[in-house]
Structure formats: structure tokens, C-alpha cells
Design a binder for this molecule. Structure first.
Ligand code: UN1
Length: 505
């Protein structure tokens, strides 16, 4: 089905209509309303028409997930794994096509969208294997003829609410482990990337996931997200997004005592000491500050550099940034794509104004880069101080701040002086300094001689302080967010044995 649309600038275009997926069927929203998914590199290009869902749709999705739970919970975990593995293999086959679509829908360059898709493939393969892993332990009893063990059990219906910046990788961190653990899912993707989310769901359907195990409802946070997290049938929520939205969800989940995994903001720092390999540090800073147009939770928006090398570092960084080509991520010579939408563009520019007012020194960029899409130039400020708003607030765009320091201790103090703690990195050739930083950095992820981005799915991902609430995604702990522990004691002595009181004789 497709629809003729008139875009903002009055152009008429054909766009395909996408539906919700509820109980194994593709259905329209009961609201009768739709919204569009646009290409941030070409504001006039409508990629698809999506369902603007309402509470009725959310209810139907929860109901479907609730109904499917018993059957799915009792499906052997290795059999669940076969389906997830098949999905990973389909994604692998279609990697190029999915990467192209993702570049069109969210803007980052093809190499990076390929990486995003690859992360989903990796996560699918890894999660599928969890189906054959131990899901509990046996533990000795203090009494005779008594058997003690633990088992992981699913939560029930879980809500996966995901952002647009990693529109396949992050849903895969959540959905694959959630279904592997035996949960059923209601998936609410970001409204900027609903088509790529739909593709993921189509692939899981094709891989044989039974109807109702995964349900897709597109629409706004207010109309879909809120209803979803408030419903008592939803036992767990996994959310990645802004700190403000996370706090809002946490208040609701806290009131209802629900399981909640949060992955929120970051203000990640790269520390560069005077003994560092400077070109390597510049390479890392450029990639971490401007990859995905700075729109990663792990992006480096603070570059904390020893004064002895700061000028050299900043000059090299500026030179490299000046060579970057900003444009459509589908073009092979583009280094950096657009930001996601107009609000994001305005916010990035607002921080440029804030930076100037705070007397940070604009070294590069600080301006829009064409009007065809939401483009901004790679922006570098210098002379940063830790009390600046630029040094404290998440910008989520291609803007970074060089902050001079006198030594390692000051660097660590500056690095730790924000409310966030997702990813930090240090460039040094001094082993002692590297280990000291590893110990002192208040951060969920620490890199040595590598930038703040580059997390791999077989390790836990998540942050400390206001970046999260203690949960981690992926890695060996991938199932933690989506399971409860059940502890089981079996007494086969045939008599009453009292723990802590009887001696076990
Ligand atoms: C995110 O920015 O939300 O390490 C996820 C990285 C990626 C994941 C980023 N593998 O930057």
C-alpha cells in the first residue's frame, strides 16, 4: 500500500505505508492517524508513512504478548535460539540493503550503518548461543539429602523502547536477549527510525518467531510509550534514550515496582597525556567526536588534553576536521552525515551560541552546512573549563570541547566532574598512568589508547551515575535485565529439616 504525500515544501511524493505488528498480523492503528519518516539528508524525501498509534493499539499489543507468553516460555531455550540465529543470518544476507535504508532514514554514512547492522548480527548470533548456556547453578546445602539450585525465569511481557541513533543494534541488544529468556515483547521504536525497526520485526517473523512473541507499535512517547510503561501487565521495561525521558519512565516504573533497565545520557571524555601518541589520539578524537555526527551515547564531547601538547593536538584536530566532507551518507566521499532532525540541528547550534557566550574559543565549524538536509559542520571549541555548560550538558551532535589540564590528576578530576559516566578513554604510553586512570575513571566503559566508541556485544554495555540505573546490556549479563532468579530447595530426607538449626548430622 502506498500513499501520495505533499511534503513541507509542497512537493508531491509516493510513499509506502507501514503497519503495526500485533499478534502475528500487520494492522493499521485504531487512531486512523499516521506520521511520516523522513530522510534527514533530504528533508523533502518521505521514506514511509507510519501508524500514529494510540492506547487501543498498545492495549492490543500487550494483550497479544500476554497471550503468547505461556507458549513461548515453555518453548525450549535452544529452540528459541534457532529462531534468533536464523534472524541473524537473514540480517547478514541483507546487510547492504539494510545499511542503505538506515543511512536514508537516520543519516549516518554507509560504513557506519553497516557497523550498526553488523552489531545486530553479532548480537543475534551471541544471544542464540545463550539458549544452550547454563541458566542456573547447583549449590551445596548445609543439610543432608537436600538439593539446592537456582534457575532463571522470564519476567513476562517486556517493553523495549529504543532510540534512533543505533536503530538496529540497540533493539537487538534488547529484543534478542528478552525473547531468548522466554519473555514476550512490545517494541516501541523511535519515531525517527520506524522503518528500519519494521524491517527487524519482518525478519524475526520470517525467521519463524511465533505471533504475539514480538509486537511492534509505532508512535509518539506520549501516546504509545506512556501507556506501555504504565500497564500492569508489562513486567519489565528496557529503555535507551534521553535522561529526561528515562527519569519520567523511572518514576512510573518505580511507583509500580517494575523491572527497569535504563541507558541514558553521556558526556564522554578522552584524556590525552603529554606522552601520548598524538596522531593516534587525534584519529581517535575525530572518530569519537564526529562519527554518527556525534550522535552516540558514547561520543566524545570533551577532549581533556595536557597543556604541553594541547596546541599541537588542537591544530591537528582542526586540520583534520576541515577536510571532512559533510553530506548525504549514501555518497562514498561523505565523511559525516546530517543530524537527525530540525530540533537536533537547533540544539547543536544553540550550544555553539552558549559556547561563545561562555568564552570557549571556536576553533572550527559552529555553523550550518547546507539546507537540503539537517547538516552541521564539525565543531570544535577550545579553552574549555569544567564549569561551562558545554562541558556539562549532553549536546548529541558534532560538537566537541578541548579542555586544557596540567597533569593526570587534574585530567581525572575534570573527566569525573559531570553527572554522567558511560564511556571514557585515555591516551598514554605510561602503563602506570593508564592503570591509575582505569581505576579512577567513574565510567561504565574505559578505553586505553582507543576512542570512547567501539563497544563490542560480548561485553557488558552501560554506564554509572546518571547514565543509567545499574543495569548492563549485552555481554555475559545480557539476560540479567530480562530474568528473575528462582531459588529451589528439594528436601528428599523424608523428615522436617530446619536450616540454621539442625546440624545436618
Ligand atoms: C550508543 O551510542 O548508544 O560503542 C551505542 C559504540 C557502539 C554502540 C553505541 N558500538 O559506540
Amino acid at each position: 500500500m502506498s500513499q501520495t504525500m505533499t511534503t513541507e515544501r509542497g512537493k508531491r511524493t509516493e510513499a509506502k505505508t507501514y503497519k503495526n505488528y500485533i499478534g502475528g498480523r500487520w494492522v493499521e492503528s485504531k487512531s486512523g492517524k499516521t506520521f511520516t519518516s523522513l530522510n534527514p539528508a533530504h528533508k523533502d524525501q518521505v521514506l514511509g508513512v507510519m501508524q500514529a498509534s494510540n492506547a487501543d493499539d498498545v492495549n492490543a499489543a500487550i494483550e497479544a504478548a500476554h497471550k503468547a507468553f505461556s507458549g513461548w516460555r515453555h518453548t525450549p531455550a535452544p529452540a528459541r535460539g534457532e529462531i534468533v540465529l536464523k534472524a541473524a543470518l537473514i540480517i547478514e544476507q541483507r546487510k547492504d540493503e539494510l545499511a542503505r535504508l538506515m543511512t536514508q532514514e537516520m543519516g549516518k554514512v554507509l560504513k557506519e550503518t553497516g557497523g550498526d547492522v553488523q552489531e545486530a548480527i553479532d548480537m543475534g548470533k551471541y544471544a542464540a548461543g545463550l539458549g544452550r548456556h547454563p541458566h542456573g547453578e547447583t549449590v551445596p546445602s548445609e543439610l543432608r539429602n537436600k538439593w539446592c539450585m537456582t534457575e532463571r525465569v522470564p519476567l513476562g511481557v517486556v517493553a523495549c523502547i529504543t532510540p534512533w541513533n543505533f536503530p538496529m543494534a540497540i533493539p537487538s541488544w534488547k529484543i534478542f536477549p528478552a525473547v531468548m529468556a522466554g519473555n514476550t515483547v512490545v517494541f516501541k521504536p523511535a519515531s525517527d527510525t520506524p522503518i528500519i525497526a519494521t524491517k527487524l520485526v519482518e525478519i524475526l517473523e520470517e525467521a519463524g518467531l511465533p505471533g504475539g512473541v514480538l509486537n511492534l507499535v509505532t508512535g509518539s512517547g506520549a501516546d504509545v510509550g506512556d501507556v506501555l510503561v504504565k500497564d500492569p501487565r508489562v513486567q519489565g521495561i528496557s529503555f535507551t534514550g534521553s535522561t529526561a525521558a528515562g527519569r519520567h519512565i523511572a518514576e512510573i516504573a518505580g511507583h509500580n515496582l517494575k523491572r527497569l533497565g535504563l541507558e541514558l545520557g553521556g558526556k564522554n571524555a578522552i584524556v590525552v597525556l603529554d606522552d601520548a601518541d598524538l596522531p593516534l589520539a587525534v584519529d581517535g578524537a575525530l572518530w569519537a567526536a564526529f562519527g554518527t555526527s556525534g550522535q552516540r551515547c558514547t561520543a566524545a564531547s570533551r577532549l581533556i588534553v595536557d597543556k604541553k601538547v594541547e596546541k599541537d593536538f588542537t591544530d591537528q584536530l582542526q586540520e583534520r576536521a576541515a577536510k571532512m566532507k559533510v553530506g548525504d551518507g549514501l555518497q562514498p566521499d561523505t565523511d559525516m552525515g546530517p543530524v537527525i532532525n530540525e530540533a537536533a540541528l537547533k540544539k547543536v547550534h544553540e550550544y555553539t551560541e552558549i559556547g561563545k557566550k561562555e568564552h570557549a574559543r571556536l576553533v572550527h565549524g559552529g555553523d550550518f552546512a547546507g539546507s537540503e538536509g539537517w547538516f552541521y559542520r564539525p565543531t570544535i571549541f577550545a579553552d574549555g573549563r569544567k564549569d561551562m555548560r558545554m562541558a556539562q550538558e549532553e549536546i548529541f551532535g558534532p560538537s566537541t570541547l578541548v579542555m586544557p589540564v596540567s597533569n593526570l590528576e587534574e585530567a581525572l578530576d575534570v573527566a569525573n566532574s559531570t553527572q554522567y559516566g558511560l564511556s571514557m578513554s585515555i591516551y598514554t604510553n605510561d602503563l602506570r598512568k593508564a592503570f591509575h586512570a582505569m581505576e579512577e575513571m567513574q565510567s561504565g566503559i574505559v578505553y586505553v589508547n582507543a576512542p570512547t566508541i567501539g563497544a563490542e556485544i560480548q561485553l557488558p554495555f552501560g554506564g554509572v551515575k546518571n547514565t543509567g540505573n545499574g543495569h548492563r546490556e549485552a555481554g555475559t549479563v545480557a539476560l540479567d535485565e530480562f530474568t528473575e532468579w528462582k531459588t529451589i530447595y528439594v528436601d528428599y530426607s523424608g523428615r522436617l529439616q530446619k536450616a540454621q538449626i539442625d546440624t545436618g548430622e
